[in-house]
Design a protein around this ligand. Structure first.
Ligand code: ARG
Length: 592
């Protein structure tokens, strides 16, 4: 885990925002101050998309009590102060006190043209930029990565891309499990198999077979079990030969998951490794500090923290075990050392743990103890970005047909193989076909992970994720390919198109209005580490483009200004989609 140098230091771009909700919030704030006094300028205008206009402001209902007036009167008063601006076309009070807001076509058009001019597509820079540790992926050495790790990897990688795009300083932490008593068993098995054979097997991803054989022997063969126990002791004591063997085991598995990262286009590198073993040297000191501060106490021979509010089924306080009675350390000890290190040494002001939802209690307790210790303060945010379960059609954790947990690489191959089936009739050139199938298969797999609220589980269904319609990766990829083909036919580069944009047809207006919210969609991902919000925005954008494309001829437009304007709108949509898909980590093939 190295610290990035100025990576993502976004140029503090102009504070102009094309986001319509932002623009309306500014207008409402002025109207609130004008109508009711400066104290009201900060009231939340409660702006929402509306069925009857572009947006509606519901602030009047919220303020009526405080002002002791009827909501409709409050709304009317506010509306009278919204009168003359070049943003709004129409302001209307409706229902019990909603203010319906319709934007000016010219305003939308001008904002869209300015977004097209901006290299950052009007995405606001994080202000102030934060130092953010993102803990994600975190497979275990000599254990197969499973679909759960796949999802934390994909979601985490999208989160770091977004945070860096916003200008935050991001420290990727791949907290791999490379330590623990199971290494005694694994190392003895490595010796039995022979180093060379074991190396080949592990690097090829035959990890489950290796792990299962080792465990079977442990159960069946008492002398092997005894050797394993001694091996753990040697490992912990730092015996050089044992450490050497342990290092080969790690390097082999690293090769395997690095190959998966490369295949998936995940940005993690060896420099981002933040292995459990890195914290070994700090564990004793962490325990001492927690004990000295009175946060941890000896209980049944073990050192435990009992953060307030956590109780077991029997109502008894729940321990976070920091040191077992035999002197050994575990997963929780390491996480306490890691959180202290990230705050005290890395100076993080935000730490995001993208980890399975089943570890929610573990993280809640780690954060609570870190707070008791005074490491975690109100200025620092520690968040568990919980990841829901990926299941098979039976709603149980996804498994291969054999019933054993599925090999990740097989899953990727299957997605790509099926993608090739879907597109096979479109391409004669086998090389091009394979290339596109790779992008479509991987895009489908990743998008399926990203488009669902990360905390919800979902059913892994290849047919669904590969569909060319609906909220899928292929549909979005296809939308970009279709826009590119317009430009190919026109013989011009999409990058060379400029405004002005003129909006006459409803579908043009709807598309322009849609893309203006790109910046807020990106910012929303950063707020709670939720890439599905960007996915939903991109899907809506592609859908708006589909309607536009059906209703508004681009190359055959009736006149030149219209043709040029529609090309500009298409170019803007393309850039929004490609940039957005890039932030999700979805590959975008040029043709499809
Ligand atoms: N290796 C762990 C697992 O597979 C995940 C580690 C998550 N990060 C952490 N700081 N605990 O479950």
């Amino acid at each position: 885990m190295t610290e990035p140098e100025g990576r993502g230091a976004a140029q503090a771009s102009q504070q102009h925002s094309t986001d319509p909700q932002q623009a309306l919030a500014t207008l409402m704030s002025r109207a609130l101050a004008a109508a009711f006094g400066p104290g009201y300028a900060d009231a939340d205008p409660v702006i929402r998309p509306s069925q009857f206009a572009d947006y509606q402001a519901n602030v009047a209902l919220a303020l009526a009590k405080r002002l002791n007036q009827a909501p409709r009167d409050v709304a009317a008063e506010l509306a009278s102060h919204l009168g003359d601006s070049d943003v709004l076309e129409k302001v209307e009070v409706s229902g019990p006190g909603f203010i319906n807001l319709t934007l000016h076509d010219d305003w939308i058009a001008a904002e869209a043209a300015s977004q097209l001019d901006d290299p950052r597509l009007d995405v606001p820079a994080a202000d102030p930029a934060q130092r953010i540790v993102v803990d994600y992926s975190a497979p275990n050495v000599a254990r197969e990565m499973h679909v759960g790790h796949l999802r934390t990897t994909i979601v985490g990688d999208s989160v770091v891309r977004v945070l860096e795009y916003l200008g935050d300083v991001v420290i990727r932490a791949n907290h791999i499990g490379d330590w623990g008593t199971q290494f005694g068993i694994l190392l003895e098995h490595l010796l039995d198999v022979g180093e060379e054979r074991a190396n080949d097997q592990l690097a090829a991803g035959e990890i489950n077979a290796f792990y299962q054989a080792a465990n079977a022997k442990f159960k069946a063969d008492p002398s092997f079990a005894e050797r394993s126990r001694l091996r753990v002791v040697a490992l912990q004591a730092g015996d050089p030969e044992t450490l050497r063997l342990w290092t080969t085991l790690i390097n082999d598995t690293k090769k395997y998951y690095n190959s998966i990262y490369a295949r998936l286009g995940v940005t993690l590198t060896d420099a981002d490794l933040d292995p459990e073993s890195f914290y070994n040297a700090m564990l004793a000191d962490v325990c001492d500090e927690l004990q000295a501060k009175g946060v941890a106490v000896i209980s049944d021979g073990a050192l435990c923290a009992f953060p307030p509010g956590f109780t077991g089924r029997d109502g008894a306080p729940l321990p976070l075990i920091l040191r077992k009675s035999d002197g050994g350390y575990g997963y929780a000890s390491t996480d306490m050392a890691a959180i202290r290190y990230r705050i005290r040494d890395l100076h993080a002001n935000r730490i995001i743990y993208v980890v399975g939802a089943e570890q929610a209690q573990h993280f809640a307790m780690v954060f609570a103890v870190a707070r008791q210790a005074g490491w975690l303060t109100d200025e620092i945010s520690a968040e568990h970005a919980a990841i829901g379960l990926v299941t098979g059609a039976d709603r149980k954790r996804f498994r291969a047909r054999s019933g054993r947990s599925v090999k990740l690489i097989d899953l990727i191959d299957e997605a790509v193989g099926r993608a090739e089936e879907v597109i096979k009739d479109r391409y004669d050139d086998p090389e091009l076909r394979a290339q596109i199938a790779e992008a479509v298969g991987i895009g489908a797999l990743k998008y399926a992970d990203l488009s669902v609220d990360r905390e919800s589980g979902y059913v892994l269904d290849f047919d669904r994720m590969l569909a060319l319609t609906g909220n899928t990766g292929p549909y979005l990829q296809y939308a970009t390919a279709r826009i590119r083909s317009i430009f190919r036919r026109a013989g011009i580069e999409p990058g060379g198109v400029a405004g002005p944009i003129r909006l006459t047809e409803p579908a043009e207006r709807a598309l322009a209005l849609q893309v203006l919210s790109f910046g807020s969609a990106v910012s929303q991902v950063a707020e709670a580490a939720e890439p599905h919000k960007l996915a939903a925005f991109l899907f809506e954008t592609a859908s708006a483009f589909t309607t536009f494309y059906e209703q508004c001829p681009v190359l055959q437009a009736a006149d030149e200004p219209t043709r040029q304007s529609r090309l500009a709108l298409s170019a803007l949509t393309l850039r929004v989609l490609v940039t957005g898909l890039g932030l999700l980590g979805i590959p975008v093939p040029e043709r499809m």
